[in-house]
Design a protein around this ligand. Structure first.
Ligand code: ITT
Length: 196
């Protein structure tokens, strides 16, 4: 079964494509089909993930899987949240976003730096699918004071997991998937597809 992965983020593709392929899906990244990113006008991860999945399914005529994700920092009232990719501006790089967050938390003491990653994965059978499959995974940690590790993407080098004594950037792809927001949501999606 050919399925389009509705993301333009190569980090997400790296973390999902191999498991989805091993499951038996013929995964094609939307960028390889010339699909441009959908406008993310929703106010929740769920709305934006559905928008992205429908957009890719509409253009390709294929079933689609989309990921909307982000980082919610307690002391910032849940920001940057759904705006994580645009925290430092519409065309901001991962580096600019990460540096803006470190700066925003400069004076926040240890013990008040808790944050959660969230990932919503959506599967639609076709663009008008009235019953999208929706799965959510979250991951708790703390925002470090400095970067560590070059793995993963986005905010990973500053997302510290106390129980592991490491940042997400210091984990291998497999280690991250075993505990991350995306790994959890992906497990739920694969379980649902297996039982479909
Ligand atoms: P698509 O919409 O094309 O999928 P995007 O990067 O714009 O790509 P989002 O709107 O979902 O995706 O933004 C998610 C942002 O949250 C992403 O750019 C990262 O900065 C951050 N993020 C999400 N998951 C992450 C992870 O596992 N590790 C580090 N940062 C993550």
């Amino acid at each position: 079964q050919k399925v389009v992965l509705a993301t333009g983020n190569p980090g997400k593709v790296r973390e999902m494509a191999d498991l989805l392929s091993a499951f038996g899906l013929d995964i094609v990244a939307q960028t390889d089909l010339g699909v441009e990113s959908a406008e993310e006008t929703g106010l929740t991860f769920i709305e934006n993930a559905i928008l992205k999945a429908r957009h890719a399914a509409q253009i390709t005529g294929l079933p689609a899987i989309a990921d909307d994700s982000g980082l919610a920092v307690d002391v910032l009232g849940g920001a940057p949240g759904i705006y994580s990719a645009r925290y430092a501006g519409v065309d901001a790089s991962d580096r600019q976003n990460l540096e803006k967050l470190l700066d925003a938390l400069k004076t926040v003491p240890d013990g008040q730096r808790q944050a959660q990653f969230h990932c919503v994965l959506v599967y639609v059978r076709h663009a008008e699918d009235p019953v999208p499959l929706v799965f959510h995974g979250s991951w708790s940690g703390e925002i470090a004071r400095a970067e560590a590790g070059a793995g993963g993407f986005g905010y990973d080098p500053i997302f510290y997991i106390p129980s592991l004594g490491k940042t997400a950037g210091e984990l291998s792809k497999e280690e991250k998937r075993a505990v991350s927001h995306r790994g959890k949501a992906l497990t739920l999606l694969l379980d649902a597809l297996r039982n479909a």
